[in-house]
Write a protein that binds this ligand. Structure first.
Ligand code: NOJ
Length: 535
């Protein structure tokens, strides 16, 4: 079954180009490296790739510090390589989603360099958020950067500029028409080069309000925004309602304009997905109203415990909230900013959850390496590159663990990723997790993903909504089973540490781990495992 348009229930494979495959032996992945592995990507059964940024960048924040959004950084290749990647992807019927970064530029962007050389109040400074210091010399307000430390940096003439992230990432002023025009140019540039969609970085952050007002609890707010800081959920939720620089109404005007631009490419079905961490969850649906963007990331599964009540809530809420704007949810278990799911909840649990999620309506994102069941890389502090690590003086380790390059083949690190020393070390312990090894093992995580994605396409894409069959929250007693039916498939996940019986009818077509037995007319689902039955 096909769903139309293409993105509606697509499986999208996220590639972090620096960590995917190194074609030129410099220890870093690159665009020709991605192109050379597109047959592998296609063989997974995914519909599209999302490429994390590959634009000209000093790479202070993994390329999310863009110095020229309309060119390719030499570490990744050149524009011709980008064009070839897109052409080769399209030949294989794979769509390409580019990652654009509209909230900030790199301080090496020519605009920012010009702003530094220009006077306060100049049109060059108006493109960013430059303000005078307070009378006592302190920054214009007390906001804390999302990477730690102040979100203001002072320049030579005493003014400060705002950066919600690293000091090398000055925030753009979206009240300025030049900024709007420049981004439209960037969108058109990549659409004209052939991309099929965009992942919009910090989509909720473009418009700032009350820039000259202090926040009553900047440290609390900063902690609330960091998922890796333990906090009482009520306190977190209350603080999240007070963010002065996220989810302002003005962002929606921008996306309405962008939607018109996308739709003007008739026949292309250009899509965009918003990275919008907003609170309360209902606010996320505003980004996918009919005249705005096509998808918004649902990040709940990046942090959800492997617990039936928690997962029931996440799934139910996401489906029902999106339904209010006639949209379908998105699902992601891992990405380049979060611990890998196998490390976070366990290997078997990660497989079970993936199979559970692949049955759900909407679009599924798979972070490269997730299909192998990769854990986070174990790194020494001296290996780390994430600005979060440096801006918190090492208190927060950062996101490098999820970004360790992929192990492709062979018995010795770096497992065919590169002929040189990889930019982050790949543990020798990943020997059994190479693509080569997993392809040879029918019980591997890789085969589970391939088989599941094939079955998903055959039986589930376009199959409508779900009906819950088991969950302690909707009247059933089991606190270890979660089960739903959708189309001709029944999906049963056993979250407990022992086998559990269920009434699911139909023929077993896939199981994430272990063996499903039959007992007294019931099916016995192995511990920490998910099974699909076809009726
Ligand atoms: C979200 C991106 O996913 C992350 O990697 C980046 O550091 C921030 N946005 C800032 O661009």
């Amino acid at each position: 079954m096909n769903s139309s348009p293409w993105w509606k229930e697509a499986t999208i494979y996220q590639i972090y180009p620096r960590s995917f495959f190194d074609s030129n032996g410099d220890g870093e992945g690159d665009l020709p490296g991605v192109t050379s592995k597109l047959d592998y990507v296609k063989s997974l059964g995914v519909d599209a790739i999302w490429l994390s940024p590959f634009y000209t960048s000093p790479n202070k924040d993994g390329g999310y510090d863009v110095a020229n959004p309309r060119d390719v950084d030499p570490r990744f290749g050149n524009l011709e390589d980008a064009r070839e990647l897109i052409t080769q992807a399209h030949k294989r019927d794979l769509r390409v989603i580019a990652d654009i970064v509209p909230n900030h530029f790199s301080d090496q962007h020519e605009w920012f360099q010009a702003a530094l050389k220009s006077k306060r109040g100049s049109k060059e400074r108006e493109r960013f958020h430059f303000y005078d210091a307070n009378e006592d010399g302190t920054p214009p307000n007390n906001w804390i950067s999302l990477f730690g430390g102040p979100s203001w940096t002072q320049v030579e003439d005493g003014q400060f500029y705002l950066h919600l992230f690293d000091s090398s990432q000055p925030d753009l002023n979206w009240e300025n028409p030049e900024v709007n025009a420049d981004f439209e140019k960037t969108l058109r540039f990549w659409i004209d080069l052939g991309v099929d969609g965009f992942r919009i970085d910090v989509a909720h952050g473009l418009i700032k309000e009350d820039v000259l007002t202090n926040h009553p609890d900047p440290q609390g707010l900063s902690n609330a925004l960091r998922l890796d800081v333990a906090m009482d959920s009520e306190e977190r939720n209350a603080l999240l309602l007070t963010v002065p620089y996220f989810d302002r109404q003005g962002v929606h005007e921008i996306y309405r304009k962008w939607r018109k631009l996308f739709d003007s490419y008739t026949g292309r079905e250009i899509m965009a997905v918003a990275e919008a961490w907003v609170h309360p969850p209902v606010n996320a649906t505003r980004y996918v109203r009919a005249d705005e963007l096509h998808q918004v990331f649902n990040f709940d599964l990046l942090t959800a415990e492997f617990d039936s009540d928690v997962l029931f809530d996440v799934v139910e809420r996401s489906i029902s909230l999106n339904a209010t704007v006639n949209a379908l949810p998105t699902w992601a278990l891992s990405n380049h900013d979060s611990p890998r799911v196998a490390s976070r909840i366990g290997d078997e649990q990660a497989r079970a959850l993936a199979l559970f999620v692949f049955g759900l309506p909407g679009s599924t994102y798979v972070f490269a390496g997730q299909e192998l069941g990769l854990p986070d890389g174990q790194l020494q502090d001296s290996d780390r590159q994430d600005p979060t690590f440096f801006r918190t003086n090492g208190a927060i380790k950062g996101r490098d663990g999820a970004r360790v390059p992929l192990p492709w083949s062979g018995d010795t690190t770096p497992f065919g990723f590169s002929t040189a020393k990889p930019w982050l070390p790949i543990s020798q312990g990943w020997k059994d997790l190479t693509i080569e090894n997993e392809l040879a093992d029918p019980k591997s995580s890789l085969h589970l993903y391939k088989n599941a994605l094939e079955l998903r396409k055959e039986f589930l894409v376009g199959a409508g909504g779900i009906t819950w069959l088991e969950s302690s929250q909707h009247g059933h007693k089991s606190d270890s089973l979660l089960s739903y039916s959708r189309g001709s498939i029944t999906v049963v996940m056993n979250l407990s540490d022992s086998a559990a019986e269920c009434d699911a009818a139909g023929k077993l077509i896939i199981v994430s781990g272990g063996t499903v037995d039959a007992r007294d007319g019931k099916k016995v689902i192995p511990a920490r495992s998910t099974a699909w039955f076809l009726t």
